[in-house]
Design a protein around this ligand. Structure first.
Ligand code: ADP
Ligand code: G6P
Length: 470
């Protein structure tokens, strides 16, 4: 059999075409999806179909590292109603336990359908015969079924990077059956956690009256496979970076710039209400007020890069976070010693690695998160087996990192107690925990993820071998 070619379909194209010489390079972050797929695609001549970020006709883009970049054009209205509306003000909050109220508008649904159809059309015209088409994430849930109508020859995978909610929440969606049927156009539907696969199977039975288990769903004469495939990172890449002399020098310099405190606590998030930034700031400020932490001893570095800035809930969040950081600094900071070092800038990979090496504790405390790759990057970066990971039980990563200091971020007293426990743990205990998390990550890195998903999708196994061979 001829080897199958690969088409990745995601809302965003992972490129930056704003280079002065018209060249194009990878734009990896911030955001977990591109970070996860980037290390794989550098090895395989693939096609990536997505939105280049602007409005109007799609730009013609050069290949990047052998990956063909195919743009899908979006109008101003599409961006407003599909990306900012249905994807990020209806589905995103609903899929994250409705920690913010999901908003419903009928015209957003129309835009979601229209844009999904356009993506499916571009893929239908782009994919080679018998290609493997790998559709990513909640923006494109209708694409599998729409694509199948036009291209029954291709093998279709769908992977959801975010949580898939329990039936009680999903049932709130006015167009719930259509969304499910859209995903069921795939041959394989993958989730981060087994619970999500279970929720999906239950809904298929309840809403579409299908015969379903947590492993497979019968749709007419097709069997759709379902499963959990927890996404990961390129551990070796981050570990190598974090051990580079210039990165270590930068880490030492930053510790000095922070005033050589006894402890450095770090958080790195997209500015998103799911990340629990406000809860964490509140816990920190209470510890300062109680006198259990002192600004002179402990530095908190909060990196929060702005995201989805035209969506109302994100604007409100940013205002609230910045007001709170100002209040904490006003109340507890000293001259030359702010209580919170607050940065909204993007960092390059080496900069992130240096931050991870400075941090005695990385605090990852989302209210709900599909996986959280920042937690995995930190573990990968700690080649010294040092540092402590404070991790919310509601992040997908918690199922894997059972040796993290796990917390319920809604429980402020628990959050304070566990942060102190992480700061006060003995080096031996920290080493034991970090080693065990590193052992797990080594076995479950991005190549293992791609291998298990693509082997399940492409029964010939050829594509998985090509993408994951070292
Ligand atoms: P999400 O997918 O919700 O954004 P993840 O933690 O899974 O959350 O992934 C975030 C990705 O974005 C990580 O790879 C992280 O390194 C990157 N990132 C987050 N903040 C920054 C930043 N300020 N600069 C550069 N990269 C960032
Ligand atoms: C999460 C989502 C991705 C998304 C990323 C960044 O990781 O799962 O699909 O690309 O956030 O968000 P943005 O809205 O900037 O694409």
């Amino acid at each position: 059999m001829r080897p199958r070619s690969l088409v990745v379909v995601a809302n965003r194209l992972p490129v930056d075409d704003s280079q002065p010489d018209g060249a194009c390079e990878w734009r990896r972050s911030p955001g977990g999806l591109v970070g996860a797929l980037h290390p794989l695609l550098r090895r395989e001549p693939a096609t990536w179909v997505g939105w280049a970020g602007g409005t109007g006709p799609a730009p013609t883009l050069p290949d990047v590292d052998g990956v063909r970049m195919v743009g899908v054009p979006l109008s101003e209205e599409d961006v407003r109603d599909h990306y900012e509306g249905f994807a990020n003000a209806t589905l995103w909050p609903l899929y994250h336990d409705a920690v913010e109220q999901p908003v419903h508008h009928r015209r957003w649904w129309e835009a979601y359908r229209r844009v999904n159809q356009r993506f499916a059309d571009v893929v239908a015209e782009t994919a080679d015969p018998d290609a493997v088409v790998w559709v990513q994430d909640y923006h494109l849930q209708l694409v599998p079924a729409l694509l199948r109508e036009r291209r029954p020859d291709v093998r279709i995978g769908f992977f959801l990077h975010v949580p898939f909610p329990p039936p009680e929440l999903f049932m709130q969606l006015p167009r719930r059956s259509e969304l499910l049927a859209g995903m069921l156009g795939a041959d394989l539907v993958g989730f981060q956690r087994a619970q999500a696969a279970h929720n999906f199977a239950q809904l298929a039975t309840r809403l579409l009256d299908l015969t379903a288990s947590d492993e497979q769903i019968q749709v007419g004469d097709r069997t759709v496979r379902v499963g959990a495939f927890p996404v990961s990172i390129d551990m070796a890449e981050m570990a190598t970076l974090a051990d580079r002399p210039d990165v270590l020098t930068r880490a030492r310099r930053w510790r000095g710039d922070l005033g050589d405190p006894r402890h450095v606590v770090l958080s790195v998030d997209r500015m998103d209400y799911i990340k629990g930034i406000e809860q964490r700031l509140k816990a920190y400020s209470e510890l300062l007020a109680d006198g259990r932490l002192k600004v002179h001893d402990t530095a908190l570095v909060q990196v929060a890069v702005p995201s989805r800035e035209r969506v109302a809930q994100y604007q409100v969040l940013r205002d609230r976070v910045e007001r709170e950081v100002g209040r904490i600094n006003g109340e507890f900071g000293r001259v030359g010693e702010p209580a919170v070092h607050y940065l909204t800038q993007p960092f390059d990979r080496a900069g992130l690695a240096a931050l991870y090496r400075v941090a005695d504790v990385l605090a990852v405390t989302p209210l709900r998160d599909g996986m959280n790759l920042v937690a995995k990057e930190y573990v990968a970066a700690r080649v010294d087996d040092g540092g402590a990971l404070l991790l919310s039980e509601f992040a997908g990563a918690a199922a894997e990192f059972t040796d993290a200091f796990q917390v319920n971020p809604h429980d402020l007293d628990g959050l304070k107690r566990t942060l102190l426990a992480a700061l006060q743990a003995s080096p031996t205990e920290l080493r034991r925990r970090m080693r065990s998390m590193r052992d797990h990550l080594r076995e479950h890195d991005i190549r293992a993820w791609a291998r298990s998903y693509l082997t399940a999708l492409d029964e010939t196994g050829g594509l998985a071998d090509r993408l994951t061979s070292s």
